[in-house]
Design a protein around this ligand. Structure first.
Ligand code: HEM
Length: 536
């Protein structure tokens, strides 16, 4: 998934951007020409769409807005997933609008999601171009932003070989070792649970991918590079915030050119991206040369590379390095966000917690932790995972898809190049499908196969998250282990009464539960001793 940046921030950036643009046009008249190019592009897009839609089919319903800027100013700033759900009362489950010359389609019904993303996946699997992020800042490595085509397919295949459900069992030893460590940390420093959970996922992924152990130290050099690169991509990760996203030809202007601040910004950021992708990759290659490499995905990819003189070698090396970097970027914080939501939900529903603990006590007993092999006997823990993924959307809008052909659906015209956004939140909070959808209630999934599973939380069609099996296995191992030895309780107020908790998810491409605290307390002395023994 992606770094967190809220729409509030986006709108501040855009507002600031507009002011800057106005002052820039005074200093750099070529921006008037750029404005002219945008204007011409909008007009030619309009003419082309009329030509390609000879029967004059309407667009799906939606806010129409003002000439040229379209409905840009109507795009909801906070909790847009809930705002779009409100819009559906007026427009239905398919909402279309134009903003700054770009077409947007919001899809928020089970049927529409299935009809478009799944049944027509051949034309609903592209991504909107983001020249600032991919070409200039070097985030081309991220398969999540690759255009739909052969290069994406080769990355996805390489990824799948190492993360499909039949092979991920091999990562269990790393996962379990790190879970034992984190239980020890939760016992010693329960108030820092947020840091521990983030660090746990980062550690598992760096070990699995590169065989690299990161330290708990905030200055760990690997973590510093990752953090810096997330900062550089924060703004550029939002498609359309930079002029160059609208006029890609601007990427060729030299960085010394007046007004080309974005090019200088990109040059600095690109160096960080190169470090992110190449440094750990080179470290693995070096360890392989010296013969002391830890087993890891990247070590396996490097070992499988074609011979030095093979013409495909360079491309295969790029794919190996790219896969290494993308797993951290896509996998660490997303799973951490879901894990934190789970802890919060459990603290809000002690009854659910007791049911899961009773199940664990009965089938696993007090002398060991549950493992993935116990899963068939622990259906309530499974219900907790499903409910967590339904209740809190880590990526409420997934990553935007784009149509690669014109389409007709239900009597409407959907042009090629439309940005298509699935609203998983709206589906998974539909009162017609889920009673009291804002409640964290795993009972709705317990022994109830008819309840809609939260699959859309992992995205759609051919672009659906390829890391979901790994993440699911991590979540089961972590949640069952935590529940076996700890109670997760709400904080107490001054009078010693449990405080009310709330999910209050953050805005952004990637969403986290709002700041909260819980008390994490060993269930009994036996459980505390088990944690100490495992962490020794
Ligand atoms: C709870 C955890 C996770 C959630 C909720 C999640 C969710 C998502 C979503 C919504 C997408 C976009 C799908 C679309 O565009 O339709 C996605 C893409 C992706 N995810 Fe995950 N993810 C999680 C964990 C992971 C993990 C652990 C990995 C790596 C091991 C991973 C790797 C990826 C990759 C590589 C993509 C891009 C796929 C493509 O564009 O073809 N994710 N994820």
């Amino acid at each position: 998934m992606l770094p967190q940046i809220s729409l509030q921030e986006v709108s501040e950036v855009v507002g600031h951007g507009m002011n800057c643009l106005l002052s820039l046009t005074e200093s750099y008249p070529y921006l008037y020409y750029a404005g002219g190019v945008v204007f011409a592009a909008i007009v030619s897009q309009w003419l082309a769409e009329r030509r390609r839609n000879p029967r004059g089919l309407p667009y799906p319903p939606g806010p129409r807005g003002m000439p040229f800027i379209g409905a840009f100013y109507k795009i909801p700033e906070t909790k847009p997933w809930a705002a779009y759900k409100e819009w559906s009362k007026k427009y239905g489950d398919l909402i279309f609008y134009k903003a700054m010359g770009q077409n947007y389609l919001i899809v928020q019904g089970v049927k529409e999601v299935n009809d478009l993303f799944e049944q027509r996946s051949a034309i609903y699997s592209d991504r909107p171009p983001q020249p600032m992020a991919t070409d200039l800042l070097g985030w081309k490595f991220n398969l999540g932003w690759h255009p739909y085509g052969p290069w994406w397919r080769r990355h996805r295949k390489a990824f799948h070989e190492h993360f499909n459900p039949n092979v991920i069992e091999k990562y269990d030893p790393v996962q379990n070792q790190e879970i034992h460590r984190v239980l020890g940390k939760l016992l010693r420093e329960p108030a820092r649970f947020n840091d521990h959970i983030h660090n746990l996922l980062a550690t598992i992924i760096m070990k699995v991918m590169y065989g690299i152990t990161i330290s708990d130290d905030h200055n760990d050099p690997w973590m510093t590079t990752i953090f810096e690169s997330l900062q550089t991509i924060g703004k550029a990760g939002i498609p359309g915030l930079y002029l160059v996203d609208h006029i890609p030809i601007l990427k060729h202007i030299p960085s010394w050119f007046p007004g080309a601040g974005f090019k200088r910004e990109a040059e600095r950021g690109k160096k960080v991206t190169d470090r992110l992708v190449m440094k750990p990759y080179e470290a693995v290659k070096e360890s392989l040369r010296k013969g002391d490499a830890e087993p890891s995905v990247v070590a396996a990819l490097v070992s499988d590379l074609p011979a030095e003189n093979d013409p495909t070698r360079a491309e295969e090396e790029t794919i190996a390095a790219n896969i290494g970097a993308v797993v951290y970027i896509a996998g660490a914080d997303s799973t951490a966000s879901a894990m934190l939501a789970c802890l919060l939900g459990l603290a809000m529903n002690l009854d659910a917690q007791r049911k899961a603990q009773a199940e664990i006590d009965e089938y696993v007993g007090p002398t060991r932790l549950p493992g993935v092999s116990d899963r068939p006997s622990l259906p309530y823990v499974d219900a907790i995972i499903l409910e967590t993924l339904r209740w809190h959307q880590v990526a409420p809008f997934a990553i935007a898809h784009m149509t690669s052909e014109d389409d007709e659906y239900d009597g409407y015209f959907i042009p090629k190049g439309t940005t298509v956004i699935g609203n998983a939140w709206s589906i998974l909070h539909d009162e017609a499908l889920f009673e009291n959808p804002s409640d964290f209630n795993p009972d709705r999934y317990y022994n109830n196969p008819r309840t809609l599973k939260p699959d859309v939380t992992f995205g759609y069609g051919r672009r659906a998250c390829p890391g979901r099996f790994f993440s699911d296995r991590n979540m089961f191992a972590m949640i069952s282990a935590i529940l076996a030895v700890f109670d997760i309780l709400p904080p107490l107020d001054e009078d010693g009464k449990p405080m009310k908790l709330d999910l209050n998810p953050t805005d952004g491409i990637q969403s986290y539960p709002g700041p909260f605290s819980v008390r994490i307390i060993p269930r009994n002395e036996n459980a505390a001793q088990l944690v100490r023994d495992l962490d020794a």
